[in-house]
Design a protein. Structure first.
Length: 539
C-alpha cells in the first residue's frame, strides 16, 4: 500500500494535455510520462529517416517527368524546398540522438516535438502545391502519376505515426491540396479521384491513429514495468534494512534509546526513498553532471588524463554525495543508466581536450556484467568521435567476485577495441594477484589508505614497494590516489610510480575549468622542481 500511495503521489503534472485528456498518462509518475514522450520522438525520427529518401527521390522524378509541362521554375523550387526540409530533418534527428545520449531534459524533448511538428507541417504544405500545379495541365498518363504520388505521400503518414501530431500535420495539407487540385478540373473522373483520395486519406489517418496509440501503449507498458521494478526493489531493501535492525531493549532507558534508533532509521529510509524517486528526473533535468580530477605524471608534471566523477546538486537541498547515490542506484539497477549517460558525456567532453589526454570513467559491476555493455562503449565512442585508446574504464575488484564468462568476455573485447582498463582501489577488499594475470588490466590504482601511510608507517611503504615491483614486472601502469602533500609525491616518484591523483594537484573540477588546469599544473610542477634544485644546491 505504501508503494501504491507513493506512485499515486508522483503522478505526472506536466505531461502534454492531449495525453492527459486521453487518459493514457493519467496514472504514470512524471518520469514515466517523460520517458514515453522521449521514446515516441525517437521512434518518429528513426522512421522519418527512412522516408527522407522517398521524398527526395519523388521530387527528383517529378522534376524529370514534368519538366516540359510545368516549367523549371516551380519544379526546381519544389525540389530545393523538399531537399532543404529533408536536410533540416536529418540534422534535427542527429542533434536529438546526441542530446538523448547525454540524458535529454524535458524542455529539450518539448523543443524537439515542436520542431518535428513544424517540419512536418512545412513539408506537407510544400507537397500540397504539387497536385494543384501539376494535375490540370498534364495529360492522362501524367495525371495518373500525380494521383499516385499524392496517394503515396498520404500513405507516408504511417512512417510518421508514433507521434500522431506529426502525421496529421504532414498528411492533412497533402489531402487538401490533392482534393483542390483534382476537383477544380470539374471533370467527373477527376472529381471521383479527388473523393477517393479523401476517403483513402481518412482510412490512412484512422489507421495511423490506432497504430500510434498501440505504439504509445507498448512504450508505457515498458516504462511502467521499469518503474514498478524499481519500487519493488526499494521496498525489498527497506525490509532487509529493517530485518537487520537489533531488537528493542527491554529496560525503560533502553526503550527510549530504541525509539531514537527507530526514528533515525526511519529518517534514513525516507532519505533513501526521496533520493531514489528523484534520481531519474534529476538525470533527465540535467541536475547531474560530471566533474574531472586530473591524473598527473610524476615524471614531468603533465596532465595525462582526468577521472570523471559524478556530481548531483539538488535544488533546495544542495550537493548529494556519490556515497549516497551509488548504493541506492546499485540496489535499483539505475546505476546502469547512470553509467551509460556518464560514458557518453565523458567521451563527448574529452573529445575537446588535447589529443594525448585520456578520460577515465568508473563502471559498476552491474553494468559490466551485461552482455550489451560493449555496445554502450562503442556507441559512446561513435557519438563523440573519441579514439578508443583515450578512454579508460575503471573497475573495482568486486567485479571479480563471482565473475561470469560475460565479465571476462567484456574485458577482453574492451582491450581488443583499444580501450584501457584500470583496476581501482588495488590492495583493498578482495585483492588477488591472479586478477592481474587472468584479466587484461592496463593500470592499477593504489588506494589512498596506503598513500596516506607514506613516510609514517613501514607497512604502508612496504605494500607500495611490492605493488610497484609487481606492476613493473607485468608492464602495468600505476597511479597513486589521494596524494595530498609534496612529500608524498616525491616519495612516489622515487619509487617509480607513474602518475598521481589527489588534492595536491586539484579536486574534481567542472569541464570549463580544465583548460586552466592543463596549463597551471605543469607550471606549478616546474616551479616546485626548480625550488627543490635550489634547496639541494644550497645544502
Amino acid at each position: 500500500m505504501a508503494a501504491e500511495a507513493e506512485i499515486r503521489a508522483a503522478r505526472v503534472n506536466r505531461s502534454p494535455a492531449r495525453f492527459r485528456r486521453a487518459g493514457i498518462l493519467r496514472d504514470l509518475p512524471e518520469v514515466c510520462g517523460f520517458q514515453a514522450r522521449t521514446d515516441l520522438l525517437d521512434e518518429t525520427l528513426t522512421l522519418a529517416g527512412y522516408s527522407a529518401l522517398l521524398h527526395l527521390t519523388t521530387a527528383l522524378l517529378l522534376t524529370v517527368f514534368f519538366w516540359d509541362t510545368a516549367g523549371p521554375a516551380y519544379l526546381l523550387g519544389l525540389l530545393a524546398a523538399i531537399a532543404a526540409l529533408v536536410g533540416l530533418g536529418l540534422f534535427t534527428r542527429r542533434r536529438f540522438r546526441q542530446t538523448a545520449a547525454q540524458g535529454p531534459s524535458e524542455p529539450a524533448i518539448d523543443r524537439g516535438i515542436r520542431l518535428a511538428n513544424a517540419l512536418a507541417l512545412t513539408l506537407g504544405l510544400a507537397w500540397a502545391t504539387m497536385p494543384v500545379v501539376l494535375f490540370a495541365p498534364a495529360d492522362g498518363d501524367r495525371r495518373l502519376i500525380v494521383v499516385g504520388v499524392a496517394a503515396g505521400l498520404i500513405a507516408d503518414a504511417y512512417a510518421l505515426g508514433p507521434l500522431l501530431s506529426v502525421s496529421y500535420l504532414f498528411a492533412i495539407p497533402v489531402v487538401v491540396g490533392s482534393f483542390l487540385g483534382l476537383a477544380r478540373c470539374a471533370e467527373p473522373v477527376a472529381l471521383s479521384l479527388a473523393i477517393l483520395l479523401t476517403v483513402y486519406a481518412a482510412f490512412v489517418l484512422t489507421s495511423v491513429t490506432r497504430m500510434a496509440r498501440l505504439s504509445l501503449q507498448r512504450i508505457l507498458d515498458r516504462v511502467r514495468v521499469e518503474h514498478q521494478s524499481r519500487t519493488i526493489g526499494r521496498l525489498i531493501n527497506e525490509v532487509a534494512a529493517g530485518a537487520e535492525a537489533p531488537p528493542l531493549p527491554a529496560s525503560a532507558s533502553a526503550e527510549e534509546g530504541g525509539r531514537s534508533f527507530d526514528a533515525l532509521q526511519a529518517q534514513r529510509a525516507r532519505r533513501r526513498r526521496d533520493l531514489d524517486a528523484a534520481m531519474r528526473p534529476a538525470l533527465a533535468a540535467g541536475e547531474m553532471a560530471l566533474h574531472y580530477q586530473p591524473l598527473v605524471s610524476l615524471c614531468d608534471g603533465r596532465v595525462v588524463g582526468f577521472e570523471a566523477l559524478l556530481r548531483w546538486v539538488r535544488p533546495g537541498d544542495g550537493p548529494v554525495s556519490p556515497a549516497e547515490i551509488i548504493p541506492i542506484a546499485e540496489s535499483t539497477g539505475f546505476v546502469v543508466e547512470i553509467g551509460r549517460w556518464a560514458l557518453v558525456r565523458a567521451c563527448t567532453e574529452a573529445a575537446n581536450w588535447p589529443a594525448l589526454v585520456r578520460v577515465a570513467v568508473n563502471i559498476s559491476s552491474t553494468h559490466l556484467r551485461l552482455p550489451d555493455f560493449l555496445d554502450d562503449v562503442r556507441a559512446a565512442l561513435a557519438r563523440s568521435g573519441l579514439a578508443p585508446e583515450r578512454l579508460e574504464i575503471e573497475i573495482t575488484e568486486s567485479v571479480f567476485l563471482g565473475s561470469t564468462p560475460t565479465v571476462l568476455d567484456n574485458l577482453e573485447r574492451l582491450h581488443a577495441l583499444g580501450v584501457r582498463i584500470a583496476l581501482d582501489d588495488f590492495g583493498t577488499g578482495f585483492s588477488s594477484l591472479s586478477y592481474l594475470t587472468r584479466f587484461p588490466v592496463d593500470k592499477i590504482k593504489v588506494d589512498r589508505a596506503f598513500v596516506r601511510d607514506l613516510g609514517r608507517r613501514r607497512e604502508g611503504q612496504a605494500v607500495i614497494d611490492a605493488i610497484m615491483v609487481i606492476a613493473r614486472t607485468l608492464g602495468i601502469e600505476v597511479t597513486a590516489e589521494g596524494v595530498e602533500t609534496r612529500e608524498q609525491a616525491d616519495l612516489l616518484r622515487l619509487k617509480r610510480c607513474d602518475n598521481a591523483q589527489g588534492f595536491l594537484y586539484s579536486p574534481a573540477r567542472p569541464p570549463q575549468d580544465l583548460a586552466d588546469l592543463l596549463v597551471r599544473i605543469p607550471h606549478r610542477h616546474d616551479r616546485a622542481g626548480a625550488a627543490a634544485a635550489r634547496k639541494t644546491r644550497s645544502a
